[in-house]
Design a protein around this ligand. Sequence first.
Ligand code: SAH
Ligand code: SF4
Length: 351
Amino acid sequence: MTNQTDIKDFTHERLISWLRDREIASYRAAQILKWVYLRQAEDFEGMSDLGKALRELLSSHFAIPRLEKIALQRSADGTRKYLFRLRDGNLVESVLIPERDHHTLCISSQVGCAQGCRFCLTGKGGFIRNLTQGEIISQVRDVKQELGGSARLSNIVFMGMGEPLANYENVANAVTLIGNGGHGLAFSHRKMTVSTAGIVPRIPELGWQTKVGLAISLNAADNPTRDMLMPINRKHPLEKLMAACRRYPLAPRERITFEYVLIKGINDSPDHARRLARLLRPVRAKINLIPLNEHDRSDFRRPEESVIQEFREILVRHHYTAIIRHSKGQDISAACGQLRAHGETKIFQKT
Ligand code: SAH
Ligand code: SF4
């Protein structure tokens, strides 16, 4: 294609000012975005409520590209992993997870990740670049179109590749458009969750600006263990992280999700469970326990099932909602921490 701008990289406000510079009424912006998002338009020619001159102007400056889907893998449990090629050739993955009556889409915010968490395969590959606003939105727009009316896509989680709060502006702008009911993709902000390893200074902003659900990849309830597992903790230690969580704006029955990857001999003892219970006491919390997904780039192992159960029971005795998340899609490397978008590791089923 060309060097036209992806219109999905424009916020509503930016499009208004672009139009205004050309003496075009600002209400046109919402009309255009409605075509792009609600009606899933492929180009500007068919935007029948715009005049011909405006359609031509838009076509000469903008495009509405789709991500290039180069592979789709299906897991035995119904999970689907999409491998997309971006315009510059980089690869990125999104994972579609079927639940009882709806689907959850797990999307990526960066190519790779700079945070270097020791148990995470995405982190092992290092950081390549931030996704643009348009690339983030496209994962949702394209999968939604593919599903059509056949299956309800209702939840979006930023738990794919990358650290969303290290690409704050693009993530926040994407969330705004994905959530806009008038001219965006009309997902409820309460059905979107941003997961962070703990870029603490961005957490307050995320709360008041986007009103999305917050998930924290905690993985340890004391600084020495967390420093070892997640280098980000040395910069933003637990006290600061928990203070930001306490102030995070929550709707009446909403809670913050704390993800805790259970790693054998590292963070899985009854003492660790009690420490976790104590740490989270001041916060409205629910806990997702994720038994480590093992991979060949780390020596960490998953605890025995009995250890996992005991860990959970301690939390339940302390009155927490604690769910063991046996990650879906492990057979296609679509589970938490397994995304790396290399493309050559498995036999892909072309679609
Ligand atoms: N960077 C953000 C968003 C990615 S979410 C974050 O870290 O929150 C990825 C989730 O997968 C995190 O909760 C992380 O703790 C978890 N994870 C990473 N590697 C894993 C592994 N090997 N097994 C299980 N979970 C893992
Ligand atoms: Fe990055 Fe999250 Fe993986 Fe850590 S767990 S390396 S922050 S993707």
